[in-house]
Ligand binder design. Structure first.
Ligand code: FAD
Ligand code: NAI
Length: 475
């Protein structure tokens, strides 16, 4: 007999597992199917984010930053370190343990919320008036049915044409997180979010890192002033970033890999490296879903076509996260998952795309929400700008980390905050206050009037708000 549920979620990443939990909270019977396997072949829910994305990358970023601090910055604090050594195996092992804690946490949450978990691949078997039959192919095969289906099948790394990932020499994010020994020379193609985060990890651990980027501008989506400031910091650290390049043939060699490329002046160049990380974006994943079999429509990029509320062209089939349009971010996937579960329950789930924060977890961190100065100019919006450097912030001085600034953009007439852009220490945490302010449609004056603890980095946000009205107190 087939098992019947109200809702089946295919994919157990942040979009899927959160949708499953929220649907269960709302009183539905829910199944979540996820095929990710851990090293022993067992279930490892959490998707890209937990297994080869957000969580392991942040674990390695933290460990490598400790290493760099111990080697280069502790002395400034009067702490002399001798005999500093790197146990990469232990560092990667710690990262793996952090991943496992998160996998186990999700399995615990499924139990707690009575979500039935199926380890295997889910695919459409049949659509009927009663709902959808979903085949689960795993250790055992079975078919389960539900009226509502939420697709959260995520994304995969995009390879360079003709250069498949082997995860030994040519690495995707997966291989980039488990290199066995620090490469002497590391090449990366694409200086987007993964390029900068992974490039930072391996540079801190001792690799000579070169990143080849096709676009002539650095971090084109980021506010120009912030991107300039970040680039200065990365240059100083020795992260070599070549902009406006054209990548040609990539050949494996006895040593590793050889990349032919042309620089921005059109001169032919060659880069030889031990390893290559290709970080040129990600593609939506619908492999094995049998979407054609039930007539599920995809867009020209291969993403599942959805409306503003994540409805697909099939009745009661929804899709969320990386497999649909919009930024490929874990928290965007989660918000969509919650909203869809609430819509299934007849509620008005909502996702505000204008207040989705972005964070790049380099050092300095880069974080932003809302519009950049160049976007406001292009749209002809009249705005006021205020910024405050961490150099003038007492807490940043005490930390010994004064790079960067907070920059706030507000409507010239109404003073509503339109965007906040941060490069500097703990930008990932500081941006949350700005998201709240924008979600409540606060003015810069609202933020400027709020009492912030002293000494704290958040005072830089308050001062940036004061700067919008040209009345900073500490600069
Ligand atoms: P995924 O997390 O990809 O999960 C999809 C799941 O579905 C997978 O487990 C997959 O195995 C499973 N699946 C697919 N098809 C089927 C099927 N037919 N049957 C059963 N299971 C199936 N985002 C951030 O917000 N912050 C970060 O710091 C961050 N860091 C990142 C670092 C790296 C290196 C990478 C690669 C990504 C990072 N991201 C980050 C992006 C983030 O990982 C994704 O946006 C997020 O994981 C998307 O969630 P999702 O649920 O849509 O898909
Ligand atoms: P990305 O879109 O951030 O950057 C890709 C870069 O590669 C771009 O700058 C692009 O111009 C460049 N590029 C594309 N083709 C190229 C080519 N042929 N030669 C040279 N350069 C080329 O994509 P990335 O870094 O792969 O990450 C994928 C996604 O994962 C991100 O967009 C983000 O959504 C998510 N992510 C989020 C993180 C976070 O939130 N902190 C961390 C890591 C990933």
């Amino acid at each position: 007999m087939t098992k019947q549920f109200d809702v089946i979620v295919i994919g157990g990443g942040p979009g899927g597992y959160i949708a499953a939990i929220r649907a269960a909270q709302l009183g539905f019977t829910v199944a979540c199917i996820d095929e990710w396997k851990n090293g022993k072949g067992g279930p490892a829910p959490g998707g890209t984010c937990t297994n080869v994305g957000c969580i392991p990358s942040k674990a390695l970023l933290q460990s490598s930053e400790h290493y760099e601090h111990a080697g280069k910055h502790f002395a400034e604090h009067g702490i002399n370190v001798s005999g500093l050594g790197l146990d990469l195996g232990k560092m990667v092992g710690r990262k793996d343990a952090v991943v496992k804690q998160n996998n186990d946490g999700i399995l615990y949450l499924f139990k707690k919320n009575k979500v039935a978990f199926f380890h295997g691949r889910g695919s459409f078997a049949k659509a009927s008036d009663a709902g959808y039959e979903i085949k689960v192919s795993g250790a055992a095969e079975e078919t389960i049915t539900a009226k509502h289906v939420i697709l959260a099948t995520g994304s995969n790394a995009r390879a360079l044409p003709g250069v498949p990932f082997d995860e030994e020499t040519v690495l995707s994010n997966d291989g980039a997180l488990r290199i066995a020994s620090v490469p002497k020379k590391l090449a990366l193609i694409g200086s987007g979010v993964i390029g900068l985060e992974m490039g930072s990890v391996w540079r801190r651990l001792g690799a000579e890192v070169t990143i080849l980027e096709a676009l002539p501008t650095f971090l084109g989506a980021v506010d120009e002033q912030i991107a300039r400031e970040a680039k200065k910091a990365f240059d100083k650290q020795g992260l070599k970033i070549e902009l406006g390049v054209k990548v040609g043939a990539v050949d494996k060699t006895a040593r590793g890999v050889s990349i032919a490329w042309t620089n921005a002046r059109g001169e032919a160049q060659q880069l030889d490296a031990d390893k290559l990380i290709v970080s040129i974006g990600r593609l939506p994943n619908t492999t094995g879903l049998n979407h054609d079999g039930v007539g599920l429509k995809l867009d020209e990029r291969g993403a599942i076509l959805v409306d503003d509320e994540c409805r697909t062209n099939l009745p009661n089939v929804w899709a969320v996260g990386d497999v649909v349009r919009g930024p490929m971010l874990a928290h965007k996937a989660e918000e969509e998952g919650v909203a869809v579960a609430e819509r299934i329950a007849g509620q008005h789930g909502h996702v505000n795309f204008n207040t989705i924060p972005w964070v790049i977890y380099t050092s300095p961190e880069i974080a932003w929400v809302g519009q950049t100065e160049q976007q406001l100019k292009a749209a002809g919006v009249q705005y006021k700008a205020g910024s405050f450097p961490f150099l003038a912030n007492g807490r940043a001085r005490a930390l010994g980390d004064t790079t960067g600034m907070v920059k706030m953009l507000a409507d010239a007439k109404t003073d509503e905050i339109l965007g906040v852009h941060i490069v500097g220490p703990m930008a990932s945490e500081l941006i949350a206050e700005c998201v709240v302010a924008m979600e409540f449609r606060a003015s810069s004056e609202d933020l400027a009037r709020i009492c912030h603890a002293h000494p704290s980095l958040s005072e830089a946000t308050k001062e940036a708000a004061l700067a919008v009205d040209k009345r900073t107190l500490n600069f």
